[in-house]
Design a protein around this ligand. Structure first.
Ligand code: HEC
Length: 133
């Protein structure tokens, strides 16, 4: 009886950690090495869901563009033309219309530096898959 309850608790904990990306960091703080990795290694999977929430409305599903904004999976945004700094700058400060006719990009509030690093990892991964390096 008691054992069953404990198993249930452990299961619930695993399910929670697996579903909610926000708990990833807190669940990893128990082991120092894992939490350091979470801070220093950009996570393209987390980036994909942050992109869907914060960027896809304009840049399209999977960064392929929409009627509100340009595709980021595009040669213009390859690393040699728009390096990672361009992403941090656009997210925190917005970007004036200059390459396209969609208007200005407003700053995106609530997206941290770590969030942006993960989004960049995701976008670069998608670019590489499309042969854009
Ligand atoms: C409200 C619409 C909108 C949202 C939301 C948005 N963008 Fe943009 N973004 C734009 C438009 C429009 C441009 C193109 C401006 C131009 O060059 O004409 C742009 C340009 C950019 C650029 C290029 C900046 C440069 O230096 O030329 C980057 C990088 C970028 N967006 C990243 C992002 C990321 C990452 C997110 C999500 C965190 C995001 N954007 C959310 C509309 C948006």
């Amino acid at each position: 009886m008691r054992k069953k309850a404990i198993n249930g608790l452990i299961l619930a904990g695993i399910t929670l950690a697996g579903c909610n990306t926000d708990t990833t960091n807190s669940s990893q703080t128990e082991t120092g090495a894992a939490s350091t990795a979470a801070v220093s290694t950009p996570d393209p999977i987390r980036g994909a869901s942050l992109f869907a929430t914060n960027c896809a409305a304009c840049h399209g599903q999977e960064g392929m563009g929409s009627d509100q904004g340009p595709p980021l999976i595009h040669r213009i945004y390859q690393p040699s033309h728009h390096d990672d700094f361009a992403f941090y700058r656009a997210v925190s400060g917005g970007s004036r219309q200059h390459h396209w006719q969609f208007g200005d990009m407003p700053p995106v509030p609530g997206v941290s530096v770590k969030d942006t690093a993960d989004i960049i990892a995701y976008v670069r991964q998608q670019q590489r898959r499309a042969g854009i390096e």
